[in-house]
Design a protein around this ligand. Structure first.
Ligand SMILES: [Fe+2]
Ligand SMILES: [Fe+2]
Length: 280
């Protein structure tokens, strides 16, 4: 299938979808999860605690390192859509914080939850979220009109974090929780977050395809950003194989299957964008 045949939603359409997709992190029913959490065995608790901690840290970064993109809009419609994405990310952070308040820890500020969760994240995870994302965001804030800075940011944020890391984590974690009949309230909230994320990724793919079509330098920037970050992404997805994370064998899948899923999704999106994975 050629990229011409795939119709992508433009920012105005994505904005309309947002208006029709409102939900509240405080309306998700967590009663069953609260009762279930105390009785979950050590192995599962270690894995779930690690996943939830990673999500908490990631979502804090993703929420607070986004406003530069809102300021780098190309049209009023794009500004409107990007404003909705910023609200969504804050909502996601609120859901993860509420889950910690009510199910895992005791009520605390987001900063306190993040500080606790940070103790467990790997060096590869830190490189992506604390170094690359922070730098790309600062660059965009400094130069909102610079196409290359915006392409780098969207490649990192929408293509690497939200697609390659985010969709893959969602796929295997919800599969595991559903199979083991664990934490249905968490799965419900996480699924609503996932629905928002597919809209965000739709924007990122749209923006990169439009920009790559008109500017060869944009394709080079996509390639350079991916070449730099893919090793850390692969490491973050399979922590049991290097860092001091939990044994992800508990998920019931091989690390290779996780990497293959992530890579196949990335390859599909790169094809649409016009930067085939073979050209990296
Ligand atoms: Fe999010
Ligand atoms: Fe998102």
């Amino acid at each position: 299938m050629s990229d011409r045949e795939i119709r992508l939603n433009d920012p105005q359409t994505l904005y309309r979808h947002w208006e029709e997709s409102q939900w509240s992190p405080f309306a998700v029913d967590l009663d069953h999860d609260c009762r279930q959490w105390a009785g979950i065995g050590d192995e599962a608790r270690g894995l779930i605690g690690w996943v939830l901690g990673s999500l908490m840290v990631a979502e804090e970064r993703i929420t607070t390192k986004f406003s530069g993109l809102v300021g780098a809009y190309g049209s009023e419609e794009e500004a409107a859509f990007l404003a909705t994405q910023q609200v969504d990310e804050a909502r996601h952070m609120q859901f993860y914080a509420r889950f910690r308040d009510e199910v895992i820890d005791s009520p605390a500020t987001v900063a306190a939850h993040v500080a606790r969760a940070r103790k467990q994240v790997s060096p590869a995870f830190r490189k992506i979220f604390d170094e690359a994302l922070v730098e790309a965001h600062e660059q965009l804030v400094a130069e909102p009109g610079a196409m290359v800075a915006k392409v780098r940011f969207v490649t990192l944020y929408h293509l690497v974090l939200e697609s390659t890391l985010g969709l893959t984590t969602f796929e295997f974690v919800t599969d595991y929780l559903d199979r083991e009949q664990l934490l249905p309230g968490f799965v419900d909230g996480y699924s609503k977050i996932h629905h928002d994320e597919t809209r965000h990724i739709g924007y990122g793919v749209w923006y990169l395809r439009e920009t790559v079509r008109d500017h060869p330098a944009a394709a080079d920037q996509v390639r350079a950003t991916l070449r730099e970050l893919l090793p850390s992404v692969a490491e973050s997805l399979t922590p049991g194989t290097g860092g001091d994370g939990p044994d992800i064998g508990t998920l019931g899948v091989e690390p290779d299957a996780i990497r293959e899923f992530a890579l196949a999704g990335l390859a599909r999106r790169l094809e649409i964008i016009g930067v085939p994975i073979g050209t990296l």
